[in-house]
Design a protein around this ligand. Structure first.
Ligand code: BDR
Ligand code: CA
Length: 312
């Protein structure tokens, strides 16, 4: 079993990622979930994370709140996609499990420092503020991280919040820059992959047909968040982002990409938050990431549907 910490701003697609992880206890041991400011504010994201944990029946999973704003910029949120609660769609009860008292950044540092080196993977589904702040506060964590698997960035499919930038990187580009330079192994699931993993009506119907509470909730969540993306792209189904991070840990052969250098634009007004991917190795910059550019949608939805069926 692989030990993971999920850093997230749930978010319907974050919620599906959390459910996929919690439905896979043989492969993944979810040590904790840390909320970060992103889709909505950190307080609401921490409430949403606890709602999802309760939906899965895993009330033993501790939920922490991390940073409430990016390192140097004003917070940009995405209610236009996710709704005013960040998790519109299903009717989930208010959470009863408590929020942990410890700050999420300190939880990340403490957990990494107390574990054997390279035994904990960080799964990041939102802006990278908490991870960057942890690296700044305790740089020694960098060599103790097994892997950082992130949903973020775009190269071949360019941006979704600006023409050049993907949302998670755009919200806190300085944090993304700190993370990309930290030296830990990094694996990236960008829009190039998530735009291939579309939640078509047939795939959503199959999830609803599982017939459990979680399948119904996932159907309702994605139906809500789709309404924005379907209009925007005009495709059969909307992209599905964050669950690709967990799917990679469960079934890495669903994705294809290469080892290369990825750098973050932090200076330009026009392209701030752009992930500059040296996919064709045209510079001598050291490789710092595995960058995926395609994913197997059929295989992904088969995995997701099978796993959701194991939940309440
Ligand atoms: C990312 O932005 C968020 O709105 C989604 O949850 C996902 O993490 C996609 O760009
Ligand atoms: Ca997210």
């Amino acid at each position: 079993t692989r030990k993971i910490i999920i850093d997230t701003d749930p978010g319907q697609d974050d919620a599906v990622a959390i459910l996929l992880a919690l439905a896979s206890p043989e492969e993944l041991d979810v040590l904790g979930i840390v909320a970060v400011a992103g889709n909505v504010g950190v307080h609401q994201n921490a409430i949403n994370a606890r709602k999802v944990v309760e939906l899965s029946g895993r009330t033993d999973i501790p939920v922490y709140a991390g940073c409430s704003r990016p390192m140097r910029r004003h917070l940009v949120t995405a209610e236009h996609v996710h709704g005013e609660t960040g998790l519109n769609g299903p009717d989930l009860p208010e959470p009863t499990i408590p929020l942990q008292a410890q700050h999420g950044v300190d939880y990340i540092i403490e957990t990494l420092m107390n574990a054997e080196p390279k035994t904990i993977t960080l799964c990041t589904l939102g802006p990278l503020t908490n991870i960057a702040m942890a690296l700044v506060k305790q740089p020694a964590i960098a060599e103790r991280i097994q892997e950082i698997v992130m949903m973020g960035g775009a190269y071949f499919e360019v941006g979704n919040i600006t023409p050049a930038a993907e949302f998670n990187i755009y919200v806190d580009p300085e944090a993304a820059d700190v993370v990309m330079r930290c030296g830990a192994p990094i694996t990236i699931q960008p829009l190039d992959v998530t735009h291939m993993i579309q939640s078509t009506p047939a795939r959503l119907a199959a999830i609803k047909a599982i017939g459990n509470k979680s399948g119904q909730a996932v159907h309702d969540m994605l139906t809500f968040s789709e309404s924005f993306d379907l209009k925007k792209y005009g495709w059969d189904g909307a992209p599905l982002h964050d669950p690709t991070v967990i799917a990679y840990l469960l079934q890495p052969d669903l994705f294809e990409g290469r080892h290369c250098n990825v750098a973050i634009e932090t200076a330009s007004e026009l392209t701030v938050g752009m992930t500059v991917v040296d996919y064709w190795h045209v510079t001598g910059r050291a490789y710092n990431a595995t960058y995926f550019r395609s994913g197997n949608a059929e295989g992904f939805y088969k995995l997701l549907t099978e796993r959701l069926a194991r939940l309440p």
